[in-house]
Ligand binder design. Structure first.
Ligand SMILES: *Cc1c(COP(=O)(O)O)cnc(C)c1O
Length: 393
């Protein structure tokens, strides 16, 4: 017998749980793409997307996942052979680096140990040494989804400004947007990218690029970008089809409209606060479990932890045994370890997007049941710690 029958809970860091309103919004016949309601609805997406990204500048929508957005961001600002500097705190940071190298960029990497972000001081040192301003862009994941590390984007901007360095600051906000506080303009980020299937609660398949005046200026010398990836017509089309360089992703757009409605109704500040509260309950629980046995949070300091995803060490083979048990016996799917050695020693909890307190308590209660059922040593009082954290404040 399994206790998994009922609504399953995909507690992985993307794709995230899709709200019923998002699912329902896609239940419709194919719309007219030439004129009418679809055109009017598409125009309403941009102000709300910009509000979620914290920018007054430009937004472009792509039919793409996050990997494609890595390319979109780089292609629109780089010329062949340009030098860039990558600040890496995990697997996804390395992924963006590999993409940049494949495009022909000269990529320098400053890496953290994965238990925290690259310190802005290290960036400042490197920028001061670059007297001839060869570095064209600094790229970083805002949240690296493999480690759950959140980078200090405002700190990186301060380092650039202190060095008087003109490089663009570019952020991968694929995991963080709509979860962790991110304010592109206030943080001094020039280019931000994200995708639909995490904090934006929409099926995988849409990508988003936000860019300011400085990035639009860099676009003029970019010499690798092809028509499909060019963000200019997408952000300021003369004709509707130019928004998407072809047929619109019709049903994804309706889903996105419904998801943005949910965010606007709750308020982005409240969305960020909800994620922060739920994350703190998870950390309190893992810390309680970790008082005995092997379990520990991957990110040392709470201020460096994402509010969207938590990476947890348990040791091999217990992390995989636990994930399997939670899925088959209880209907909760947890995330795999990524970019760790060995990956089998880690698991992740996604708590991004359409997630509330009872879902987090359910996932934590499931994990606690699994630790007991599999006789994995752990400290007592984990779920009680979560309940207390949620009851407080
Ligand atoms: C999910 C994710 C990606 C990759 O997105 P895909 O849609 O899977 O291509 C890249 N960067 C970060 C930070 C992510 O969380």
């Amino acid at each position: 017998m399994s206790l998994s029958h009922g609504r399953p809970y995909l507690a992985i860091p993307g794709p995230s749980v899709m709200p019923d309103r998002v699912l329902a919004a896609m239940q419709r016949p194919a719309p007219n793409i030439y004129t009418g309601a679809l055109h009017e609805m598409t125009a309403t997406l941009f102000p709300d997307l910009k509000r979620v990204a914290g920018t007054d500048h430009h937004a472009a929508i792509y039919i793409s996942n996050g990997h494609g957005m890595w390319e979109a961001a780089l292609l629109n600002v780089l010329a062949r052979g340009d030098r860039i500097l990558a600040l890496v705190a995990g697997h996804f940071g390395h992924g963006w680096v590999a993409t940049a190298r494949a495009l022909g960029a000269e990529v320098e990497v400053i890496e953290s140990n994965g238990a925290g972000p690259v310190d802005p001081g290290r960036l400042a040192d490197r920028l001061r040494a670059d007297r001839s301003h060869e570095i064209r862009a600094v790229i970083s994941c805002h949240v690296d989804t493999a480690t759950g590390v959140r980078a200090d984007m405002a700190g990186y901007r301060a380092a650039l400004d202190a060095a008087g360095h003109p490089a663009l600051l570019m952020a991968d906000c694929i995991a963080s947007m709509g979860c962790d506080r991110f304010e592109m303009d206030a943080m001094g980020v020039d280019v931000a990218i994200t995708a639909s299937q995490k904090g934006l609660m929409t099926p995988p398949g849409l990508g988003f690029a936000f860019f300011n005046k400085r990035a639009a200026e860099a676009r003029r010398r970019a010499d690798m970008v092809t028509p499909y990836w060019d963000w200019r017509p997408r952000a300021a089309p003369d004709l509707y089809y130019q928004y998407f360089a072809g047929t619109a992703p019709t049903h994804h757009l309706y889903a996105l409209r419904a998801a943005l409605d949910l965010i606007v109704e709750e308020g982005i500040e409240a969305v960020w606060r909800r994620h922060a509260r739920l994350a703190s309950a998870i950390w309190a629980t893992v810390e309680a479990w970790g008082r005995e046995g092997e379990m520990r949070l991957g990110v040392r300091s709470a201020e460096d932890r994402s509010h969207a995803v938590t990476s947890i060490h348990l040791g091999a083979p217990d992390a995989d045994r636990l994930r399997d048990w939670c899925e088959t016996e209880m209907g909760v799917t947890l995330g795999i370890g990524l970019g760790r050695t060995p990956p089998e020693g880690w698991f992740r909890i996604g708590h991004m997007g359409h997630v509330n307190a009872h879902m987090v308590l359910g996932a934590l209660g499931t994990i606690e049941a699994g630790l007991s059922a599999l006789s994995i040593p752990h400290g007592a009082g984990g779920v009680t710690a979560a309940a207390k954290a949620l009851a407080a404040a």
